[in-house]
Design a protein around this ligand. Structure first.
Ligand code: NAP
Length: 463
């Protein structure tokens, strides 16, 4: 039986690895997801046949309840609510690791079995990382959901206090490794770790929360991996390590996209210069922006040869991706070369724009990265910015005093003409002015993204 277990775990691990590989392209992402899910199903089934399973009633109850809750969430949660849902799920993962590690400690404690040093170490680490992930993720969820303040929260001696608590947990952990029969001390490690999770994430502003969520995702993987060591389960070790590693890679990509340092995220509570989350608003517009209507815009587009569409959060809010695909089709019919420039942090989660455009059947080949499109921007006839703001803000390149200075942008202002489709002169997520709107080569088409793009498509169809 043991050999079958290990063999199936090996097959499941291979499914995970190839599944993740396939996730790297929208073309194969669905397949990758299915492959990884199949691997997980195999791993679960074979684990249930393991001899250490005592009762199936609770497991079946858990599977039914969990699946039901998961299905309702998946069906109900809007695409724009996805970051907080991921945050919540990370938290559950961390909480589960803590519970499993503590249950294993309790089992060894009550059966007065021998505590082996490596097992005790991994129990402590599993509890520490799992608990921090649990409460940290709940706070992250609360911030994005608007239940907890999205602002940067500062409190006295923030970093020394966090360092003290962490050192306290580690010292207590060493004491438990030396003398494992101290359940009160283990419980206090759980308690302090839970508090640490709150204190680490509470100071982080809402604007930086998705990066924190990505990091917590990595933590939840690490916690699962530790739990794998506790239970001596290779599958959990591998799956946890994969989540931990991919989470940290994603965090680094997001940090680069937003010009944040990873160390700041790890330390928790860095306050980005002036970026206080989505609440900040900007009212200090300089100069006047020139607007245009959809009829004029359609006429202007008639005579161009290349268009780059830059989608942003507003396309997601307006659910304009299908209308944007229709626009692409009518432009292409006219012989216009259309491409989509995708900023890595456009929208509110990594890959947000890619997912929406894939949903609307926009070919992946038409998607280009800022690094590829920026050097040739001067040759582009038209850039159409659809519901994007911060990711095309030239202040990030030109204004050293700007809170987003240094953040890589799509340099649409260098194109011959720029059309910006949004509802008002309102700010984006960073809550700051965008000089792009006042440039001589920029025209604003005000309105909801879906309505504006649909109107544009109708103009083309009428002519
Ligand atoms: P953005 O800077 O947040 O701007 C979005 C713009 O969309 C707003 O200015 C808004 O202007 C417009 N809008 C909203 N609803 C609309 C609708 N129905 N129709 C048309 N326009 C609409 O978005 P972004 O350029 O995509 O930049 C993303 C921001 O989020 C960056 O600051 C990034 O750092 C941050 N962020 C992203 C991630 C990620 O993983 N993607 C993670 C963390 C933070 P109006 O109100 O005038 O319409």
């Amino acid at each position: 039986m043991e050999i079958v277990l290990y063999l199936v775990y090996l097959i499941a691990s291979v499914c995970f690895i190839f599944g993740i590989k396939k996730l790297s392209s929208p073309k194969t992402a669905r397949q990758g997801n299915q492959l990884a899910a199949l691997g997980m199903l195999l791993a679960i089934i074979v684990t249930l046949f393991d001899q250490r399973i005592l009762t199936f009633e609770y497991i079946i109850l858990g599977v039914v309840l969990g699946s039901l809750i998961g299905a309702v969430f998946a069906l109900k949660v809007q695409m724009t609510g996805m970051p907080q849902m991921v945050g919540l799920l990370n938290g559950f993962g961390g909480g589960a690791s803590t519970l499993v590690a503590f249950a294993e400690y309790d089992r060894l404690f009550t059966t007065t079995a021998n505590f082996e040093v490596p097992t005790t170490i991994t129990i402590i680490l599993s509890i520490l990382i799992g608990s921090v992930t649990f409460t940290g993720s709940l706070i992250a969820f609360g911030k994005l959901q608007g239940i907890v303040t999205g602002k940067v929260v500062k409190y006295p001696l923030q970093h020394p206090l966090n360092a003290l608590l962490l050192i306290g947990v580690l010292v207590a952990g060493i004491i438990v490794v030396i003398n494992p029969y101290d359940i009160e001390l283990v419980l206090s490690i759980v308690g302090v770790s839970l508090i640490l999770g709150v204190l680490l994430v509470l100071p982080i502003g809402g604007a930086d929360m998705p990066v924190a969520i990505s990091l917590l995702n990595s933590y939840s993987g690490l916690a699962a991996s530790m739990t794998g060591f506790v239970l001596n389960n290779n599958m959990l070790i591998i799956a946890g390590a994969l989540v931990g590693a991919s989470g940290i890679i994603l965090t680094i990509i997001m940090c680069k996209g937003m010009n944040r340092s990873l160390m700041n995220v790890v330390m928790g509570g860095w306050a980005s210069a002036g970026t206080e989350g989505p609440a900040a608003d900007s009212k200090t517009h300089k100069g006047t922006a020139k607007s245009i209507d959809s009829e004029e815009l359609a006429m202007l587009l008639d005579s161009v040869s290349s268009v780059i569409i830059v989608p942003g959060y507003g396309m997601a809010v307006g659910q304009a991706q299908h209308a944007v695909r229709d626009l692409m089709n009518v432009l292409e019919k006219k012989g216009i070369n259309v491409r989509f420039a995708i900023h890595p942090v456009a929208g509110r989660m990594p890959g947000h724009m890619n997912v929406l455009l894939a949903e609307a059947n926009v070919s992946y080949d038409l998607l280009v990265e800022p690094g590829d499109v920026n050097p040739t921007m001067e040759t582009v006839d038209v850039c159409m910015v659809i519901g994007a703001n911060d990711v095309v803000n030239p202040a990030a390149r030109d204004d050293e005093t700007s809170p987003i200075y240094g953040m890589p942008i799509i340099e649409v202002d260098k194109a011959k003409t720029v059309f910006v489709l949004k509802r008002s002169m309102g700010a984006g997520f960073a809550g700051i002015d965008n000089p792009l709107f006042f440039k001589p080569n920029t025209r604003m088409l005000f309105g909801d993204a879906k309505a504006s793009v649909s109107a544009l498509v109708s103009e083309f169809k009428e002519t």
